[in-house]
Every structure is written in C-alpha cells, then in structure tokens.
Design a protein. Structure first.
Length: 451
C-alpha cells in the first residue's frame, strides 16, 4: 500500500483490531434462541455498544426490535454543516454447522496461514471492526469530517426483519446522506469491488401429510402414500434437468451485463468436486446475480442411523428462493407456494408458510459517493480500479433504507471475498483485506466530505 498517513495509522492499529475481533467472535451470537442462548447475543450487543461509547459516540442505545433481538445504534457528531454517513454491520452470525469439521474452534479467532479463522470473522463482526478502524484512523489524522451514525444489526442472518420494522417505525433514526453497508465483499481477494445489486429472498416451510401415522413398509409399502416420497417429488419439480430453477410463473432468463465470473474460477471458489457439473444455463454471473435460484435448506425426515422400515406419514422442508432485482420477493413467494401446492402428487395434503423475506436491491453507481469510493479504493489498492459486481446474497435492510431515504446514496463493501467461506465451516477473514478496506472507508469519508 502506498505511503499515506491514514494507511500508516491503520497498519499500527491492526494488532488492536485482532484483539477486539477475538473478543467479539467469542460470543456465540446466533439469533436463533432455540439453538443458542439469548445471553450470547446480548453479550455481543453490549460489547458493540461499549466500543461505540469508547469512541465518543452519543445516544448509544440497544434497540429492542420487533423480532425479539437487539440492534445497536450510536451517533458521532461531525463538523457544523457536515454531511451524515450511516455505517452498517451486523453482530449476529450463522450457526457453526458441524463444529467437529472446523480445523480450529469456530468461536475462537485463530490465526493460520495468513488468515484469521472464526465464525463471523468476515460476516460480519469483521465489518464492525472495519468501521472502528476507519474512524480511529480519521481521528488520528485531522478528525472525522462527517457526522457518523452506526447501526449494528442483531438478526440479519435470520431474515426475521426486526431492524427493517424498527426503522419503518422510527424513520428519523437512520436518516443520512450516504449509507455504507459493510456486509459484502470484494469479487476477488485484493480486487476492490462495490456491490451494485443484491438478490432478494424468501423462505418457505412446506409440510406434506398422507397418513394418520407411520406404517410398516413391508405390510403397506407400494400402496400407502409415502409423505417423504411426495415431498421429494415436489422438491424435484423446482429444478429443470440442467438444475435451473423452474417455478411456475417465474421467469429465469435474465442476463448480467458487467464484470463476469469465469467458470473455472467459480468452480475453484465453490470447491466443486472434479467431474461434477455446475447447474443452470447462461454465464455464471447470469446464474448467481441475475436469475432466481432455489435451494432446499433442510428436510425433516428420519436420519439414516436408527431409521425403521416405515412409510412416512408426514415430512416437511425449508426452501429458500433468491430473486434478482426486478422481481418482487413477495410475488415470488406466492408463486413458490402455489408451485409447491400444484406439484404435490397423489392428493397429499400440503401446507406452506412464509417465514422470511427480503426484497432485491439495485444501487445507483453514477452518484457522487461512488466517485469518492473509486478514488479511495485507488489509493488503498494501488494499481487496481474499482469494480462493480452483483451479489447473490440478500441484505433485506437495503431496500428498507432505500425506500425510507430515497435521496440517500447506498454503497456496499465488505470483507466477504470468496476465500472467506462465509456461512461455511472454517470461515475466515484476510487481515490484509481488513486493513485495506478500513483505509478505503476512511479515505472515502474524507473525499466524500470534500465533494
């Protein structure tokens, strides 16, 4: 990185950042309180609040959102007449999945092979640390030139919409000239990237019932309708032969214009096994950024170990559907539920329930804030130009903020580049990426204040 006072300050702050991320990762802050204690999430929320107070933030508050979780808010006043920038991250994390599959414990930040491993290291506890680093660097180099609001969400990974509903009920709270969402990542490690689109999502739970109770498969199998078999047929109907998503009434032929994702690079990033084909048609970018994608997240059925020779009376599944900008997530959810019901065989009883939803998002990349971000990235990443890419994941809050504050510019950056393996075992963050993006954010705030 070229010599720059802000960059030099951030470099000196990196050991402190590692220590703080270690503390924050240690909280098992999964906002599913059937699996993890509420106290772990409350502990993380209080840690974030204390960190904001230590940096001089005012009005620091734990916001009790309608989904039963807490988001953390704080305001750092800027010079008189200065613009206001809202910085976003979330402290809740995905479950660790199979803890035995982690090389090191998921809730202990561990340095290995030049990366820091731990659940939430990149997604998105590291994003909050990035914000802290940027602000500290500015304080050490002339001060923070804008007013800064910080909001750190407590249930983003659950998709339960608590902060969205809270923001709608308190629209004055998060008003800002520009919003920086620190919850995405560079297209490739070391390639500065802003995310210009996000797919929306819906979560639907489907239940199929056929019998009053399980039956002996030898005595009744062959004529008795198997609920698990019916569910498998229904779920299979959601995909074409090549794996493309096929939901009745939902189009899936859009194309992505812009930065492309080479197939071999995608295979490597996704760790696709040799000989296994990718699913869908069109370019990889078409498939993951511009088209709907269905995923079966889980099925309730007997495990192989301990299974009995029974015809199943009932079975259920959790289905995720990602939808691109231009598709209304609520309408897509209705189409998905109608498809599940229409394709249930044998007259089986079927019911479905939407349990989560978020709209897709498209940013205006021609705004002045994007110009300032491009200039900042050019300094933090010498020799590289800012790229604009899509993101297959969802951040439901983006559309809520865009709706509440239509004049605000929204930028998406973050630490979740492909090697981070967010949501998977052995999630990690690159400390180099954390350092460069913290420098980027600090320089952005300087350049944006002067624009």
């Amino acid at each position: 990185m070229s010599s720059n006072p802000v960059a030099e300050t951030v470099a000196l702050l990196m050991p402190r950042a590692q220590a703080e991320l270690t503390e924050l990762v240690a909280f098992k802050s999964v906002a599913d309180f059937d699996q993890f204690p509420r106290s772990e999430s409350e502990g993380a929320a209080n840690w974030v609040a204390d960190a904001l107070r230590a940096e001089g933030f005012q009005d620091v508050a734990l916001l009790n959102t309608p989904d039963g979780t807490q988001s953390v808010y704080g305001f750092l006043p800027g010079p008189e007449g200065a613009k206001t920038v809202l910085l976003y991250a979330h402290y809740d994390v995905q479950p660790p999945l199979d803890e035995a599959a982690w090389t090191t414990p998921p809730f202990e930040l561990t340095e290995r092979d030049g990366r820091w491993y731990g659940r939430g290291a990149a997604d998105c506890k590291g994003g909050f640390i990035m914000h802290l680093l940027a602000l500290r660097a500015l304080k050490a180099n002339g001060g923070v030139p804008v007013g800064v609001k910080v909001i750190v969400e407590g249930s983003e990974e659950q998709g339960t919409g608590g902060l969205e509903r809270y923001a709608e009920e308190h629209p004055e709270l998060l008003t800002a000239d520009t919003i920086v969402i620190g919850d995405v990542g560079n297209f490739r490690l070391g390639l500065p990237t802003v995310t210009s689109t996000l797919r929306g999502m819906t979560l639907v739970r489907v239940q199929i019932d056929t019998l009053e109770g399980n039956l002996h498969s030898g005595q009744f199998g062959g004529a008795a309708p198997d609920a698990l078999g019916a569910l498998i047929r229904v779920l299979d109907s959601l995909r074409a032969e090549d794996g493309s998503t096929t939901i009745d009434g939902l189009t899936g032929d859009a194309r992505w214009e812009g930065l492309q994702y080479e197939e071999e690079a995608f295979r490597k990033d996704a760790k696709v096994l040799d000989g296994v084909e990718l699913t869908g048609s069109g370019t990889v970018a078409d498939r993951i950024w511009a088209r709907p994608a269905v995923t079966v997240l889980g099925i309730d059925c007997p495990p192989v170990v301990g299974a009995t020779p029974s015809v199943q009376a009932g079975a259920r599944a959790l289905v995720s559907l990602r939808v691109p900008p231009g598709v209304d997530a609520a309408e897509a959810s209705k189409l998905l539920q109608a498809h599940l019901e229409a394709h249930t065989p044998w007259g089986a009883r079927v019911s479905s329930e939407q349990i989560g939803q978020g709209q897709p998002f498209r940013a205006d990349t021609s705004s002045p804030a994007y110009t300032a971000m491009a200039e900042a990235m050019a300094v933090a990443y010498p020799g590289e130009e800012m790229q604009s890419a899509g993101q297959g994941g969802s951040i439901p809050l983006c559309n809520t903020l865009a709706s509440l504050y239509p004049d605000a510019e929204i930028l998406l950056i973050g630490l979740s580049e492909p090697k981070a393996q967010i949501h998977a075992v052995n999630e990690s963050v690159s400390p180099d990426e954390l350092e460069r993006l913290s420098v980027t954010e600090a320089l952005f705030l300087q350049k944006y204040a002067a624009s």
